[in-house]
Design a protein around this ligand. Structure first.
Ligand SMILES: NC(=O)c1ccc[n+]([C@@H]2O[C@H](COP(=O)([O-])OP(=O)(O)OC[C@H]3O[C@@H](n4cnc5c(N)ncnc54)[C@H](O)[C@@H]3O)[C@@H](O)[C@H]2O)c1
Length: 368
């Protein structure tokens, strides 16, 4: 096989057989629903039946803009509708568990936003409630479905990079946190709301680390209360490592920004850039370049990647949930899988506070 063709073989993201089979009810009509969820669903041909927001005019405005049949005045009005099969929740994490549990009680499958919850027990409660009701719950960790990370996963699954030894994501940008007024007062910011995507993507590629060491810092004079600069090191038992370095206070314009990814194996390297943070939420295309010695020899291959993280990653999370419901299986980005991403996040915060490596087992142990 020609290595250049590898990504043409993948339909990324893979749509369900009938994209209109499930009716979607959206809870939350904020920035991300307008700029990513709804454009993604329009592109994929999904059927959005209803939308609700605490602020009714926000729901009405998006219903008009995207041709959604119903803007609901109350959450129950949306959850009572039989044509809504999947509740697509996009509210701040603090409000998500209550909405999720009510949606489960109403018999809806769930796509929750990240972070899944602000505490581990709340996330566990959602997962257990969904299991008991035989409903699927997935989490919108859409970087997994971004063109760059999907391509890297394809290389890993084909074994072309050999045995993996390290993975890193490094970001140096200026993030306009003011876009999310509610975020400025949170004690936990960067890892909880941003690097959680990178940690989830590295987990998907490398697996679960044993322990995490994390530095979380502020920038002089920053408006946000939580940390905006983090360095997180993941340690694996067999000498693999992962690194996430995120700086959100770059003084310079986008010409100086960088969002890079690198994955090393014993027979190859994949490296690339992701574009979602440039001119947010418009973004730029992702890039990838790889050398897999057994397949490409000394040549580096740079295939063109189709789509962008925003909005195509959002097609990916919903499409993958729909396919899992169709096939009666657990989706790869399930709530239960996400408990491990959350464990990483909470381990990182404990590490930050206690200035020591924290084992994941400390977080998931009963009573922790
Ligand atoms: N997956 C991603 O890539 C991604 C990107 C951006 C934001 N997000 C997540 O999406 C969520 C929303 O982010 P946003 O940028 O749209 O924020 P936003 O502030 O623009 O919108 C949040 C909306 O939720 C509404 N809301 C709050 N509580 C509610 C409740 N109980 N019921 C109904 N509506 C409620 C608010 O009125 C507001 O309209 C956050 O959790 C954020 O972390 C995810």
């Amino acid at each position: 096989m020609d290595a250049r063709d590898v990504f043409d073989l993948e339909e990324m993201p893979r749509l369900p057989a009938d994209p209109k089979r499930y009716g979607i009810g959206i809870v939350g009509a904020g920035g991300i629903v307008e700029s990513a969820h709804l454009p993604a669903y329009r592109k994929a041909g999904f059927r959005v039946e209803a939308i609700y927001d605490l602020v009714p005019e926000k729901a009405r405005r998006l219903a008009d803009q995207f041709g959604i049949p119903r803007a609901c005045a109350r959450l129950d009005e949306l959850l009572d509708r039989p044509e809504v099969n999947i509740a697509d929740i996009a509210v701040p994490a603090r409000a998500q568990p209550e909405v999720a549990l009510r949606a489960i009680a109403a018999g809806k499958h769930l796509l929750c936003q990240k972070p899944f919850a602000e505490t581990y027990p709340e996330a566990l409660r959602i997962v257990n409630a969904a299991d008991a009701a035989k409903l699927r719950v997935a989490v919108n960790q859409n970087m997994r479905f971004s063109p760059l990370i999907s391509a890297a996963r394809t290389l890993v699954e084909r074994g072309w990079l050999g045995q993996l030894v390290s993975a890193e994501i490094q970001v140096n940008v200026k993030t306009p946190w003011d876009l999310w007024g509610w975020i400025l007062s949170l004690d936990r910011l960067e890892i909880m709301y941003h690097s959680i995507h990178y940690l989830d993507a590295l987990r998907m590629l490398l697996g679960d680390p044993d322990s995490v060491y994390c530095l979380g810092q502020h920038y002089p004079g920053q408006k946000a209360r939580g940390e905006t600069r983090t360095t997180t090191l993941l340690e694996y038992p067999d000498e693999r490592w992962g690194l996430v370095r995120a700086e959100h206070n770059n003084l310079n314009d986008e010409r100086d920004w960088s969002c890079s990814f690198r994955l090393e194996g014993t027979s190859g390297t994949a490296k690339g850039t992701f574009g979602a943070l440039f001119d947010y939420p418009v973004g730029r295309p992702d890039t990838i370049c790889y050398r897999a010695a057994p397949i490409t020899g000394d040549a580096w291959i740079e295939p063109a990647l189709e789509g962008r993280w925003f909005p195509d990653g959002f097609v990916g999370t919903m499409a993958s949930l729909m396919r899992a419901i169709d096939e009666g299986r657990v989706p790869p980005h399930s709530g239960r899988d996400n408990l491990k991403t959350l464990a990483l996040v909470f381990a990182a915060y404990r590490s930050m506070a206690e200035h020591r490596p924290v084992r994941l087992a400390e977080i998931v142990a009963p009573g922790s």
